[in-house]
Design a protein around this ligand. Structure first.
Ligand SMILES: O=C(O)CCC(=O)C(=O)O
Length: 180
């Protein structure tokens, strides 16, 4: 815990044990691939995202429903697919988020129609936290830094019985969230 600022202290009991189904892979993409993604992201019409009853500081742009993913995301979905041994067309839905310093996302669980959640981090770091619902098999939360070019996956219990949040970032961070 040493070295954390007060707003990074979790308000729940954390454990070193990873919640079931949570996967973290550093350096899934190269700095060159990251630079290409960021160049495209900087051209997007990002908009402030509504979160619950208020407009969040986070800015987003997404593709879902009948909107096909742009060509420039396909090398990344190919890489994720090869890494996980799943078909590339598993990745039909993507959300780009921009976190300027001091921006985070509060506790939530993504809507049930989606199955697995893949989160690719770009440009900056964030503290990513999970806390169990009452029906989880463990009652300890989890907190870890997600690094630029890393990917986390929430599936299984970590997806179904935990909420997650992004603590307010210290530096500019982007993420691409793929929901299958
Ligand atoms: O930026 C992230 O890694 C998480 C985003 C998130 O929790 C969401 O869009 O529901």
């Amino acid at each position: 815990m040493r070295g954390r600022t007060p707003n990074q202290y979790p308000l729940f009991d954390v454990s070193e044990a990873w919640p079931n189904g949570f996967v973290y892979q550093p350096d899934l993409i190269t700095p060159e691939e990251e630079a290409v993604l960021l160049a495209y992201i900087h051209e997007l019409p990002l908009k402030n995202a509504p979160f619950r009853e208020y407009t969040a500081k986070r800015r987003v742009h997404g593709w879902w429903g009948n909107r096909t993913l742009p060509q420039w995301l396909l090398p990344i979905t190919a890489k994720l697919a090869a890494w996980q041994g799943v078909p590339q067309n598993t990745f039909k839905n993507a959300l780009i988020s921009e976190y300027s310093p001091g921006t985070g996302v509060g506790w939530h669980r993504d809507a049930p129609p989606y199955e697995k959640i893949y989160g690719l981090s770009l440009a900056g770091w964030a503290q990513f936290e999970l806390r169990p619902n009452r029906n989880a098999t463990v009652q300890k939360g989890f907190s870890r830094t997600v690094e630029p070019r890393s990917v986390y996956i929430m599936q299984g219990e970590s997806r179904a019985r935990f909420q997650h949040r992004v603590v307010q970032t210290k530096t500019m961070r982007y993420s691409i969230t793929f929901r299958t």
